[in-house]
Design a protein around this ligand. Structure first.
Ligand code: ZN
Ligand code: ZN
Length: 440
């Protein structure tokens, strides 16, 4: 059928390879169509209008066809997969274009985050692509939950820095952001990368750093983009969760639900496989379990750590893969310098990391720090024991001078009176020591 249409139309399209396939930099189909239009000298809208009658879809107005290619129009992704992908593959002779859509993930990636924006991009990635001859929009950027670039650790942009397109006059995100070509604002023709082509000598634009969490979320969703769900694969989140339940919580669903922080009935639905958690939950689960999201949803439990607290091969490799260790090291070094009063645990909490990571990132500083603290603590303890012993001796001297009797209980009370923080065992120890000396 498609064959007939293509031959009847009597033309083929340039054999443009899809960029970044097989990585989290995979190009979106919208970006691919922009490049095709450019290669054939068409304006994007005219190009789509030309192809639309061949797509095998019912007649609809041109605006709707164009709308299908907007990066975030997930609702139509199924028809994009069914109609446009085969047509473009046919006309270009390039196979495997389905990975340029989110449709391979079925319903999982079609649920938009409430904070979804129409179009967003990483200026650094555009610049990198431009320098290597293939600026393109990443499919990853069209997932609403993604707000950072996993490669550069910076925030994504959604407003043209030159003309402000992408924002309504009232400052809200605009519904659409049109591009002439990937990375070129349709409103002003400005380049959305970091270097202004009109002033190549000027220093590149500064892009704000994203939070660690946002970078981790983007990295996790990137694992889905890098390896789309194959036709023979299915979502098996429940398999991973059941293994986690047995491995970490002794098979207790109640404990697992408490750890996740959700009700039993919700988690029951997940474990039975009747309900697939929404993307936001899945990402948080993957971060908590420290497994790649792609493994979590496929039910591949090889990378699941052996325990939640101690390290295993899988856990370690994920910790290593975490973004921007340099930044964590710098934060830690500063903390060691400015707040030596904090314990390792308190430092870890301040930086939102696991105490074990402190030893991983700054092993020497961490060890020296905890040695020093232990030393300080044992010195402080010696001083307290001395004070308690003084109290006991004063008491003994007093009762002896007046010829009274005393009990071990009174002596313990005297020790506690001098050093209230002393444990019962320490009181007893102090009294025994003092009595030994006293008798001698
Ligand atoms: Zn980037
Ligand atoms: Zn602009």
């Amino acid at each position: 059928m498609q064959n007939q249409i293509a031959s009847r139309a009597g033309f083929t399209l340039a054999h443009l390879p899809l960029l970044g396939a097989g990585s989290s930099r995979t190009e979106s189909l919208a970006s691919y169509v922009l490049r095709l239009a450019h290669a054939h000298g068409y304006r994007p809208n005219d190009f789509i209008k030309l192809l639309a009658p061949l797509s095998g879809q019912a007649e609809r107005d041109a605006g709707q066809w164009i709308g299908q290619f907007l990066d975030t129009r997930f609702s139509d992704e199924a028809s994009v997969l069914a109609c446009w992908v085969p047509l473009l593959e046919q006309l270009t002779g390039v196979s495997g274009l389905a990975v340029a859509t989110l449709g391979t993930w079925g319903s999982l990636l079609t649920r938009r985050g409430s904070d979804a924006v129409v179009r967003q991009w990483c200026p650094h990635c555009l610049e990198d692509g431009h320098r290597s001859g293939g600026a393109h929009m990443h499919l990853l950027w069209s997932v609403g939950l993604v707000q950072a670039c996993p490669h550069h650790g910076t925030e994504l942009e959604s407003v043209c820095p030159h003309c402000g397109a992408g924002r309504t006059p009232s400052g809200r995100p605009a519904k659409r952001f049109a591009m002439h070509a990937p990375g070129v604002c349709a409103s002003c023709g400005g380049w959305l990368g970091t270097v202004d082509p009109r002033q190549p000598q000027a220093s590149p634009r500064e892009i704000p750093q994203a939070s660690n969490h946002a970078v981790c979320v983007a990295e996790q969703i990137g694992t889905l983009i890098a390896r789309p769900l194959g036709p023979e694969e299915s979502l098996r989140v429940h398999c991973t969760l059941n293994v986690a339940k047995d491995r970490y919580f002794g098979g207790s669903m109640v404990e697992l639900a408490r750890w996740i922080g959700l009700g039993k009935s919700t988690v029951h639905g997940w474990l039975s496989g009747e309900v697939v958690p929404e993307l936001r939950r899945l990402v948080e689960l993957a971060l908590k379990l420290r497994v790649p999201l792609g493994d979590l949803v496929r039910g591949c439990t090889d990378s699941l750590p052996l325990s939640l607290t101690s390290g295993s091969a899988g856990l370690k490799s994920y910790v290593r893969a975490e973004p921007r260790p340099d930044e964590k090291r710098a934060d830690l070094r500063q903390l060691f310098e400015t707040r030596p009063d904090l314990s390792i645990r308190e430092m870890a909490r301040l930086l939102g990391m696991n105490p074990r990571d402190v030893y991983y990132y700054e092993p020497e500083l961490a060890r020296a720090h905890s040695d020093a603290r232990r030393m300080e603590q044992s010195e402080a303890r010696e001083a307290v024991l001395d004070e308690a012993a003084q109290g006991v001796m004063t008491h003994l001297a007093r009762v002896e001078s007046v010829g009274e009797c005393t009990t071990v209980r009174d002596l313990r009370a005297a020790a506690a009176n001098e050093a209230p923080s002393l444990s019962y065992a320490d009181q007893q120890r102090v009294v025994t020591e003092v009595l030994k000396d006293w008798a001698a």
